[in-house]
Design a protein. Structure first.
Lengths: 82, 447
């Protein structure tokens, strides 16, 4: 890895959009999984949601944003580093 | 809308009148514009929450209680306004409990009703739907309520409970009829008699399963312990009533309204059928929003509290309107339009907070199965507006009693309903389908 590559990766990491599901708020409505099936997984026993990974892949960003808007409990948040 | 000395914004609200159904849009618009929360003097006086923000906050407020005190010593009278005469003596299961008690019961049900648990039932549901349609497919006539939407949710609910499938009719009619029959109706005695027969069968089944355990929700409730003691029989009965009441009428209501709408909008029906891979999920959520089968729930304030700038007092009753919150333009653009691919559809139809409808995954799965099979096998169905019978009042469930339709006849694909239910009963027993997801992961195999 060249210095430039490392800088590039650091920048990507810093710019990454992160998603979080508040476990206290989530009640298992499952809309997030319906909208962004690759970005959320549901608990087998009670259906509550958690992100597949904290950092959202670029190609999933729109769907995850749609899941945020669609959550009846407003339990999903996105953290962006400018 | 009037304001008085006690600073309560007042609005006359009576959701049990036929006018509430016919004037729903006007009432909703008026409340959203002028009083998203208001006090009404009807039914000994209670608050009504119509705005989405207020509904959201109140439904999640720790000072808002679901509890139903059967002794009548406290103001807590559960989720119905007014308190139903029929309900005296039994609480409405965990929907009339607060945490931590509610959570204890909910945890018992979760592994039977989670998305993963319900997915295992899909082949069973599809087979039941197939048989219902085969009963009618050659005639070119069907009543979507009587011949389909009343049957499938009832059969599945009984299967999950561990009650013999062939008894579905004993459970189905009184469950629907007791919702749409007013307590002063001349038909009420007949409905109550059917209800008693169902209650008796439920009690007998409880005794049977207690002596000879077999998998299912009823067994789970009988086996559960609270502080090392079994759950009280009356609470178990309340839970069973909740599962049956919640499992039957609501999905029927959603299906009937959606099919009626699709019949009135054949262009939309074609789009839904053609693009179902991507459209079925959002359209289902939109049907849920638009028709809100369970239009609201009652609550009681358990302390003096301020929410969204309004003062509420201990003991005051509250009606939380999911149906009106679902029309709030602050959350839903063009709220009075049914838009099948609506985005950001954070609807309130399964409730908000810890009491989120525990059967929501069942409702969606059963609805989608019924809808897609109708689209496949009766693509040109036409509902008869003359024969459609909506519930006269929608204070409890926004339902339909009948929805006759005609379509181009087609061939049968398999056995009729009775024979199919016998076969499905065997499959249920052999494969122990009613076990929780913690004990059985595999989907049902129909053969």
């Amino acid at each position: 890895l060249s210095r430039g590559d490392i800088d590039e990766r650091l920048r990507e990491e810093q710019q990454a959009v992160k998603v979080r599901v508040d476990g206290e708020r989530c009640q298992g409505h499952t809309l997030c999984k319906m909208i962004a099936p690759d970005s959320f997984e549901l608990d087998d026993i009670d259906g509550t949601s958690s992100p597949v990974s904290e950092v959202i892949p670029a190609d999933q960003e729109d769907l995850v944003r749609e899941a945020v808007h669609s959550c009846p409990e407003q339990a999903i948040s996105i953290e962006e580093t400018p | 809308v009037t304001s008085t000395d006690d600073n309560k914004t007042r609005y006359h609200f009576d959701r049990h009148t036929p006018e509430y159904r016919s004037q729903f849009e006007k009432i909703t618009q008026e409340m959203h514009r002028r009083c998203p929360v208001a006090w009404t003097d009807t039914y000994d006086g209670h608050w009504v929450a119509a705005g989405s923000k207020e509904v959201f906050e109140l439904a999640r407020c720790p000072a808002v209680s679901n509890h139903h005190d059967l002794t009548g010593q406290t103001p807590f009278t559960g989720i119905t306004i007014p308190t139903a005469k029929r309900s005296s003596g039994v609480r409405g299961g965990m929907l009339e409990m607060d945490d931590p008690e509610h959570r204890t019961y909910r945890n018992v049900l979760n592994p039977y009703l989670s998305p993963a648990a319900v997915k295992r039932w899909e082949p069973f549901i599809d087979e039941t739907v197939r048989a219902c349609l085969d009963e009618k497919i050659k005639t070119g006539r069907i009543d979507f309520v009587d011949d389909l939407a009343n049957i499938v949710p009832a059969v599945l609910t009984l299967a999950m409970l561990g009650i013999p499938l062939k008894k579905w009719a004993i459970y189905s009619e009184p469950t629907h009829a007791s919702v749409y029959t007013p307590e002063d109706s001349p038909d009420i005695e007949r409905v109550l008699a059917m209800h008693r027969e169902m209650g008796l069968d439920l009690l007998n089944t409880m005794v049977d399963i207690r002596e000879n355990p077999r998998p299912g929700l009823m067994n789970a409730l009988l086996q559960m312990t609270i502080d090392d003691a079994p759950a009280p029989d009356l609470e178990i009965l309340g839970m069973l009533g909740l599962i049956i009441g919640g499992g039957f009428d609501t999905t029927t209501a959603l299906t009937a309204h959606s099919l009626e709408w699709l019949s009135e909008h054949p262009d939309q029906r074609e789009i839904l059928s053609a693009k179902r891979d991507t459209l079925l999920d959002p359209a289902t959520e939109e049907f849920l929003r638009f028709f809100t089968p369970a239009p609201g729930d009652g609550r009681t304030f358990s302390e003096n509290v301020e929410v969204e700038g309004m003062q509420f007092k201990y003991g005051e009753r509250l009606w939380i309107s999911w149906a009106m919150a679902n029309r709030d333009p602050a959350v839903f653009h063009d709220p009075y339009e049914l838009i099948m691919d609506r985005k950001g559809n954070r609807h309130f139809s399964f409730g908000i907070g810890v009491h989120r409808c525990i059967g929501s995954n069942v409702a969606r799965t059963v609805f989608k199965s019924m809808l897609t099979v109708v689209l496949d096998r009766m693509p040109d169905f036409r509902c008869d507006p003359e024969g459609a019978v909506h519930y006269e009042t929608i204070g409890v469930i926004q339902g339909m009693r009948h929805l006759p339709a005609t379509f181009t006849p087609g061939p049968r694909l398999g056995a009729g309903l009775d024979e199919t239910l016998d076969n499905l009963q065997r499959i249920c027993d052999e494969q122990e389908l009613a076990r929780p997801i913690t004990e059985r992961k595999e989907a049902a195999v129909i053969h």
